[in-house]
Ligand binder design. Sequence first.
Ligand code: ADP
Ligand code: MG
Length: 245
Amino acid sequence: MITIEHLAKKFDDHQIFSDINLEIQTGEIIGIIGPSGSGKSTLLRCLNLLETPDAGTITIDDQQIVAPHITKAQRLKFRQASTMVFQQFNLFRQKNAWENVAEGLITVKKIPKDEAKARALQELDRVGLAPYANFYPEQLSGGQKQRVAIARSLATDAKLLLLDEPTSALDLELVGEVLQTLKQVVLDHPNFTVILVSHELGFVQEVASRVLFFDDGRIQEAGTPDEVLVHPQHERTKQFLARFA
Ligand code: ADP
Ligand code: MG
């Protein structure tokens, strides 16, 4: 479904990565772990073109971009091919839960408001938030806000779900409900391809079909969750995992 070849990105003089190569099949759940600052978010942002890569190609289904020359039409298509859940929720403060979920349906997909609202309520129900449809972000807990963000992603109908540390901004007691919601989403949508960046190693081990250890702008180690998380081969991976022991 996704092929990444020779992907490169730098900010000013800071080369974040220079040659990322990766092939992901439809339905795979890729867990990415690695130290903070290693470029995990930048990689996800390059995949949906929130950042423009400097070089390399990304192919998603039958669409290919060759960086950095990306047309407006390609950018739009790539954006629609995937949906991202961010660490900081990124909800509109002045919109309630269902309006946040419906926003993209109304403005991007031009779906009539009534229909968009019905869809939003349906997605909120799936993440257990039907009773909170009229609540504003400031009236919701961090875990509930993140579940609204997950509902918003589901409403887009994108088949590639990018999860960038979806629980790392949450108080410890709220992490579980979001992981539970994500697990349900994955179970309910076996055709979704998911790329999950997370420090919740237990969760990564449970849901991922493949785990990548990202460090220093490279995929240092890749394999099954058992191979990478339980029996790592590389010294750097071992050192990183030791921090969680
Ligand atoms: P991670 O998600 O693994 O913590 P990031 O992809 O967020 O890492 O960041 C990788 C590096 O790129 C960091 O040094 C960060 O400061 C830098 N960086 C990220 N975004 C930008 C930006 N928009 N402009 C300049 N530097 C950035
Ligand atoms: Mg990050």
